[in-house]
Design a protein around this ligand. Structure first.
Ligand code: SAM
Ligand code: ZN
Length: 279
């Protein structure tokens, strides 16, 4: 245990981005194994390599261990590799353009696949990765996936970082708060927002007897909030083994609301829209 908390402290001691107290907004300082603000609000670092900055907030319903384990299995099988590559390309291009280390925050990181892929492609020298989620079961997995990631249990609508402190926000299949994203992004910083297209996981929707997806609201809301944005569609199908089918059925919060009928699909449709936006 002492070795683990030491490793967690070393990881967070290397943080370049200042963290702000969620109670009074003043800067937090790391002393021993806790972050404290000048007013004395104190947040203990976990030996599990994450920092809980929202001890009184409730996690979003339906996001449990089973869901995140299923997401991890699906991601690790490569179903979303084209999306990870597209995000990595954007991050690499911005880092090369700026010619300095960049700060990236994944708002709604879940079990951490996309944040970890970006970090692995850029490495810790050129990229500081903050991974934020309110669901502890996801964050615990993220904190183990990439030990140098700074995993923060926090609300993405109230990010614990200063104005103009981030170069990229990742926001993959998670709720957005554009006002907050605008506050924390540096001028010229990018929001990489990913939303489901109409055919996204249509085989899973059918198994749950849910009507086909409609065009998500994401683009309308983003268009109203962003300065400029571009859209890329990633639409493909992949074959599915019976075990992968179980994980695809369990990876979505739909699974908590609906009972699947006997599902026998043998391929799955991934239909995603990636928005690259500036504010
Ligand atoms: C469908 S999951 C996507 C997670 C991850 N990006 C992925 O693709 O696996 C949505 C995530 O948003 C998180 N979330 C929802 N509301 C949030 C909030 N207000 N603050 C932080 N995270 C939130 C959930 O806990 C969940 O992990
Ligand atoms: Zn405080």
């Amino acid at each position: 245990m002492p070795a683990k908390i030491t490793a967690a402290r070393q990881n967070f001691a290397a943080l370049r981005t200042p963290l702000l107290c969620p109670v009074c907004n003043e800067p937090l300082k790391l002393a021993e194994n806790s972050f404290r603000c000048p007013a004395g609000h104190c947040f203990d670092l976990s030996a599990k390599n994450y920092l809980n900055l929202a001890p009184h907030l409730k996690a979003p319903a339906l996001y449990d261990e089973r869901l995140f384990a299923a997401r991890r299995a699906v991601f690790d099988a490569g179903f979303y590799a084209p999306l990870a590559e597209a995000l990595v390309k954007q991050a690499q291009a911005l880092q090369q353009r700026l010619g300095r280390p960049i700060t990236v925050l994944d708002a709604g990181c879940g079990e951490g696949y996309f944040a970890a892929e970006v970090l692995a492609a850029l490495d810790g020298e050129t990229c500081e990765m903050l991974a934020v989620d309110l669901a502890k079961p996801g964050l615990l997995l993220a904190a183990r996936r990439a030990r140098e990631m700074k995993c923060l249990l926090a609300d993405l609508a109230r990010l614990p970082v200063p104005d103009n402190s981030l170069d990229i926000i990742l926001n993959v299949l998670s709720p957005a708060n554009y006002q907050e994203f605008r506050r924390v992004l540096r001028p010229g910083g990018l929001l990489l927002k990913v939303a489901p297209g109409a055919a996204y996981l249509q085989e899973v929707r059918q198994a749950f007897n849910i009507a086909p997806g409609e065009k998500s609201e994401a683009e309308r809301l983003l268009a109203a909030a962003a300065g400029e944005y571009s859209t890329t569609t990633l639409h493909y199908t992949r074959p599915v083994t019976p075990e992968q089918r179980e994980n695809l059925l369990a990876m979505s919060p739909l699974a908590g609301h609906h009972t699947a009928r006997e599902a026998d699909f043998t391929e799955v449709t991934i239909d995603l829209q990636m928005f690259v936006a500036t504010f």
